[in-house]
Design a protein around this ligand. Structure first.
Ligand SMILES: [Zn+2]
Length: 324
């Protein structure tokens, strides 16, 4: 059952422009039908166009028309040359420990969007994620692929129960939310505001739940040029396996870290970049000095030279670490 979260919004929900325009379109259509009923085709066309725009905005994960949606880190973070690595759909007992080993080896902190039901089954992994300086964020209770069809009450139950579970297991209240497959509807934004959650999508994703070639996953993440402010998406849950049967992201991560290092870019968590004092303090306390440096924000890397770095042997690790 949904357990109410103690968070209460301190400001009213900022109504997106599309909602206001839509209200005006519906009102105008109604007035038109009352005054000039013979013009009904105009009203119908206006309503159809309006709903088509709303529908498209719901199906485009990076759309910002139906509520706040972070698709890049804030400008200050981008100028410092910071990147955020987000890892979805875990924790997974077979993949997440190996991901954490790689992150520790390279001195990289990441943001894990966890499915609460999975977190409940593997609480030790949630504990380890937080203890090693990473962040746990909300990726719903069950990762239901019908999520985008839910209404406000069901959103509150699905996200609120996940929030309560993850906060209990992690000891820190998640501040970011990501919808399954990035799909949502116009009723999600006010619920997220109510629960104190920021919707975070991505700048680039590797499609690593279905792409088995690590080189292609890496190319999607770094092309057409990785740059400060990018939010990257990979998966420790539902991870595709490469030709040798290993989770694809385990081969991608070392090559990705190397490319970022060559470009002078550093890694931060979403909490640090979005400047949430609670979660930032928790992360910094766990790994003092990690991911706090600055670097040039306009450096990019050439994807054409990067393919060679994404091999199939996930056990291949560079000799040095890349903590910045
Ligand atoms: Zn997911």
């Amino acid at each position: 059952m949904f357990t109410s979260d103690s968070h209460r919004p301190v400001s009213p929900w900022p109504v997106p422009l599309l909602y206001k325009v839509s209200a005006l379109v519906h009102l105008a259509a109604l007035v038109l039908l009352v005054i000039h009923a013979e013009w009904w085709p105009v009203a119908v066309v206006a309503l159809v166009v309006n709903h088509a725009v709303i529908c498209a905005s719901s199906l485009l994960p990076r759309s910002q028309w139906i509520g706040r949606n972070v698709i890049r880190l804030p400008g200050a973070s981008a100028r410092r040359g910071e990147l955020a690595l987000t890892i979805d759909d875990g924790p997974d007992p077979h993949v997440t420990p190996a991901v954490l080993d790689l992150l520790a080896h390279h001195g990289v902190r990441a943001s894990f969007f966890c499915i609460a039901d999975r977190a409940e089954r593997h609480p030790e992994l949630v504990t380890r994620i937080v203890a090693e300086g990473h962040e746990v964020h909300n990726h719903t209770a069950r990762h239901d692929h019908r999520f985008s069809l839910l209404g406000p009450a069901a959103f509150r139950r699905e996200i609120g129960s996940a929030q309560a579970t993850l906060a209990r297991l992690a000891g820190v209240r998640p501040t970011c939310f990501r919808a399954p497959a990035g799909l949502r509807n116009i009723m999600l934004s006010p619920v997220l505001h109510e629960l104190g959650l920021t919707l975070v999508s991505w700048t680039r994703r590797g499609y690593d739940t279905r792409e088995r070639d690590p080189a292609r996953v890496l190319a999607r993440l770094i092309g057409p040029g990785l740059r400060g402010g990018d939010i990257l998406l990979l998966h420790d849950g539902h991870a595709a396996r490469d030709a040798l049967g290993a989770p694809v992201l385990l081969a991608v991560l070392p090559a990705l870290f190397e490319q970022a290092r060559l470009a002078g870019l550093s890694w931060v968590t979403l909490g640090d970049a979005l400047n949430d004092p609670v979660i930032a303090a928790a992360g910094q306390a766990a790994t003092p000095g990690a991911a706090t440096s600055s670097g040039p924000g306009d450096k990019t890397i050439d994807p054409a030279t990067a393919h060679q770095h994404a091999g199939h042997n996930h056990s291949r690790l560079p000799a040095r670490t890349y903590a910045r």
